[in-house]
Design a protein around this ligand. Structure first.
Ligand code: TYD
Length: 209
């Protein structure tokens, strides 16, 4: 029997560390919930019990770059099978703090593994699934670094050098060029109210689809 449940939308947030994406999750969640959308909010690396344990290792234990990329996709595989797919199939929307674009940016660009390797892992892990919409929070790297330094103890990625973040940000911009219809690029140097206004307009468009 075919289910008549309309599949939920898969929304993701991206950006270099310090670009401020996580700040907007409560606003987006409230906005959608108030409009009657059933939503789950989740993150990568993480999102499952195993994934959250692996997140601690990914963020704090030194490892080789291939290991890092494979673990990111191991976490993602678990997350898709146990959380993302079941929610979307049940008609819920999924708001995910980072997804595969982050692997293209950080492992492909920052760590210089290249896009081909990431594409191979993407094809194996989720050949069909792509976000329906992605926000890239974009900020001058010097400001992003300054925000990070003010925040708290930094992890293995946040303590990387400037060139790493330049490559990561560049790789994000390539993703936008390759998928212009999927991305909204948000200028994160704006006031929070201005960003919220932009986000609400984009969410309204998605709600009418
Ligand atoms: P982040 O999402 O920035 O969380 P917080 O705001 O709590 O610091 O941290 C996750 C880190 O993991 C971030 O530095 C980017 C990195 N990452 C990758 O390198 N590749 C990936 O595929 C994903 C999902 C994250």
């Amino acid at each position: 029997m075919h289910s008549t449940t309309k599949r939920g939308l898969f929304l993701t947030l991206e950006g270099v560390d310090g670009a401020g994406k996580s700040t907007h999750i409560p606003f987006m969640t409230d906005f959608l919930t108030q409009r009657g959308i059933e939503l789950i909010v989740t993150r990568e690396p993480g999102g499952t019990e195993l994934g959250e344990q692996l997140r601690q290792m990914l963020l704090h234990v030194p490892m080789g770059l291939k290991t890092e990329a494979l673990l990111m996709f191991a976490v993602r595989n678990e997350h898709i099978e146990k959380v993302i797919e079941p929610a979307l199939a049940a008609g819920k929307w999924v708001l995910c703090d980072r997804f595969t674009d982050a692997s293209f940016a950080y492992q492909g660009g920052g760590r210089q593994l290249g896009t081909q390797r990431i594409e191979q892992l993407e094809r194996w892990t989720h050949p069909q699934l792509q976000p329906d919409h992605t926000w890239l929070f974009d900020l001058d790297l010097a400001i992003a670094q300054e925000r990070l330094r003010r925040s708290r103890e930094m992890d293995r990625f946040e303590t990387e050098h400037e060139d790493f973040f330049k490559r990561t940000q560049q790789a994000y911009h390539v993703r936008v060029q390759q998928n212009p219809q999927r991305f909204s690029v948000v200028d994160s140097s704006q006031r929070i109210a201005a960003i919220e206004h932009e986000l609400s307009q984009q969410l309204d468009v998605l709600l009418t689809q």
